[in-house]
Design a protein around this ligand. Sequence first.
Ligand code: MIG
Length: 711
Amino acid sequence: MKTYEFKNGTKAFRYGHPIETGAIVQSKIEKELKEELDILFEKGHAKISIKLLPNDMVYGFGGNLGGINRRGRLYESYCTDEPLHIEDKTKLYSAHNFFIISGKETKGYFIDFPSRIKYDVGYYNENYFNIEIYGEDFYIYIIEGKDAKEVSEKFLEIIGRSYIPPKWAFGYFQSRWGYKDREEVRKVYENFRKNDIPLEGIFLDLDYMENFKDFTISEERFSGFEDFVEDLKKDGLYLVPIIDAGVKAEEGYHVYEEGIAGDHFCKNEAGDPYEAVVWPGKVHFPDFMKEDTQLWFGSKYKILTDCGIEGFWNDMNEPAIFYEQKALDEAIQYAHEQKDENLDVFSYFKLKDNFINLANKDSYYKNFYHEIDGKTVSNDEVHNLYGYYMTKSANLGLSKLLKNKRFLLISRASSIGMHRYGGIWTGDNSSWWFHLEQNIKILPSLNMCGFFYIGGDTGGFGGNCNGELLTRWLQLSIFTPLLRNHSAIGSNNQEPYVFSKEVLKNTRNLIKARYSLIPYIYSEYMKAVNNYTLMFKPLSFEFKGTLVEEVEDQLLLGDQLMLAPVYRSNQRGRYVYFPEDMLEVSFLDRDMATTVRKKGIHYVEYGLEDLKFFIRKNSIIPYVKPSKNVKELDLTDLQLLAYVDDEAFYKLYDDDGKSYDFIEGKSYLTNIKIAKKAEDYKINIDNNNPYIKNINIKIIDSNNNINHKEI
Ligand code: MIG
């Protein structure tokens, strides 16, 4: 074992010879340290057991189901295409091995290991947190701090700054698997414009490709693609195509030919390109663990960037496998053998399950190999790096192709480290109220693991969404960096305009509110990323007490807002816990009504026609007039909504939203200070944002007295 220490005090323990995943970027120095965890090495696995005290909370685990407090659940890190997000699922698309145990003392742990890990977070025995690592070579990082907030910030420091998208990536996106051709996409765009709903872009799903082949465009359905992209861009609209991990194995197809010629595909046991079946039929998987393969695949995005594309979503990169030919053959063979048998129920179940369980079998991932530093390593051993390295490859490619221009990039599979290369969407949720609730809880957990450009499929992916659910979901998603309404083929359409007039009106207003709030949301995003702080926090990261620890359906956004979305049907409002006095804002009310809420529990009315949030004491929220897209956002007249008790501050961050010049300090700051002075207010504004000309301020005091100021 080797031990190390980081500048911020984080300790690292190296066991065996771990694969370097690239999750950690900060440098560490070797230092003699006492081992803190009792690790039992047994049959090639490592087992750790941590005692949990009755009031310990467990945070982290990023993109998993369950509560903000992870205690009482089972988790597994093994990236999986799991389309059914139900209560008893232990793993989804991500492997986010960071967690914090917080109680009398607080410690964070990160297990840097790229294969399977199982966690029993006090599930079978409430007093123990048991971990089983499927290997003996790994790093464990231990982070101490005075509380969970400090620990999470220290972790963000060592894993490095998150990916930063362009500002247009904060707009509203419409998506649907099944927009079958150019005409249909154009109609969607026209419908948004006709109905006066802002729209930043449309995601293109598999449908745009020729036979599901990466980096091809269907001539038949999307002819004249380049002109189409350009045409829409003139109106400020972006198209964001999907790229899948599997490359169709088909002679004559350029990506396949180049992949074979350049030796870019993962191998099978015999050393030939490994073959599995996904959307295109037989595919090979690029070996993203190899640097030249990363560069090669990354360079293929050029085919689309040459058409004017500046955003992508990487899908099926767990990698998802529908079946291996051999496994299918065996299932068919077994079925044949049973043909004239008088099956008992168990044989029948076996027959049926043989087919049902064909997808993503554990055994498949042991059947193909990567090359790492000249060594052959099975996918199973580095399984959780696949989506990460695919997205790294895309990021490297796009950075080269688009130079100083930022791009939108999200991935479905991920592990920690990937957060520096792209964002994620939370995969195939359903149009269920329960998934709206899950969407609330996942946000802070993802931030803790480094992921900031995040969002769920608003309205739900599978199943049929109704107007009420879409509206309620938007009331949450208006605040998430990635705001995308996406649905599955075969489900009912869920664009805002397919429902009643009432729903159209409400959703239009909500999306407009999003655009009004982009200056704030962007500012909070950039500050969180640059300062290694969380954008979304559980209440317990800022306040103390039992109630605060138990509330999981409210969040803090930045240091200014508390969110309390309605996530159940047929509600006219909900109970909200106020850990301190706050200002309730009805943002879509004609006069933007406000109510001072005293510390405690209150029933807050929250209709479908509104957007509610709660401003913390001495905080200021900036907003502007809505626009149809980010390009047309106009900061000339900046509005401020301030809840002032004695002295309120806000630092509004802005930059060109397009380039990386902000890294060299090319950003605009507007420092705002509003202090109560006897019967009046003293306002200090230090503005170096050239776009802001006038500032209108609405100041509300703790008695809900309203004051207007103009600067
Ligand atoms: O097997 O491309 O999560 O967003 O619409 C399904 C089709 C493949 C899964 C993604 C989803 C996408 C869908 N994909």
